[in-house]
Design a binder for this molecule. Structure first.
Ligand code: FES
Ligand code: FES
Length: 165
C-alpha cells in the first residue's frame, strides 16, 4: 500500500514554496532532493554531527531529525539563503579569511549555527560560541580557526578579524 503524501507550504530562503512530502521524509531530504539545495550536508543522519544544520524559525536545528511535514507554515533558512546579490555573507567571509575551512563538509552547518547565535547574541563571549557550536563536529580543523572566525564575524571582535589569535 502506498503512503499518503502530505502537502506542505513553507518559506524557504525567503520564498514561499510548496511540496508534497511523505510522512517519514526528513527535512534534509526535502531540502536536498526535492529542492536541489545541496549545501546542507548529510553525515550521521541521527542528530549527532551538525552537518545538516539549518535555521528553523530562527533556531539552529539538525534537519536530519526534523520531519518534512513539521515545517508546514514555518520558516526555513539554508546556507544558500545567506548570500545576497552574489555577495558572501560576512560570516562566510570570516570563515574564509580566518582559514576556518579545510574539507568544507562541516562548514555549512557551522555557519548556520553561527548565524543563529549571532542573530540572537551579536556580541557573544568565546564560551558562548563554543557552546553554540558544540553540536557541530569538524574532523579537520581542530576548531581553533572556526572559533576565531565566529569571533571575527561578531560584534565582539574589535580588530575586524585582523588580529584574532
Ligand atoms: S547529519 Fe544531521 S546531525 Fe549528522
Ligand atoms: S573542515 Fe573538514 S570536517 Fe570541518
Amino acid at each position: 500500500m502506498s503512503e499518503a503524501v502530505i502537502r506542505i507550504k513553507f518559506r524557504l530562503n525567503g520564498t514561499m514554496r510548496q511540496a508534497e512530502v511523505l510522512p517519514h521524509q526528513t527535512l534534509t531530504s526535502l531540502i536536498r532532493e526535492h529542492f536541489g539545495l545541496l549545501g546542507t550536508k548529510i553525515s550521521c543522519g541521527e542528530g549527532e554531527c551538525g552537518a545538516c544544520t539549518v535555521i528553523l524559525d530562527g533556531k539552529a536545528v539538525n534537519s536530519c531529525i526534523i520531519l518534512a511535514p513539521e515545517v508546514d507554515g514555518r520558516d526555513v533558512l539554508t546556507i544558500e539563503g545567506l548570500s545576497t546579490d552574489g555577495e558572501l555573507h560576512p560570516i562566510q567571509k570570516a570563515f574564509i579569511d580566518e582559514g576556518a575551512v579545510q574539507c568544507g563538509f562541516c562548514t555549512p552547518g557551522m555557519i548556520m549555527s553561527t548565524k543563529a547565535l549571532l542573530d540572537e547574541h551579536p556580541e557573544p563571549t568565546e564560551e558562548m560560541v563554543r557552546e553554540a557550536l558544540a553540536g557541530n563536529l569538524c574532523r579537520c580543523t581542530g576548531y581553533h580557526r572556526i572559533i576565531n572566525a565566529v569571533m571575527a564575524a561578531s560584534n565582539s571582535c574589535k580588530c575586524g578579524g585582523k588580529d584574532c589569535t
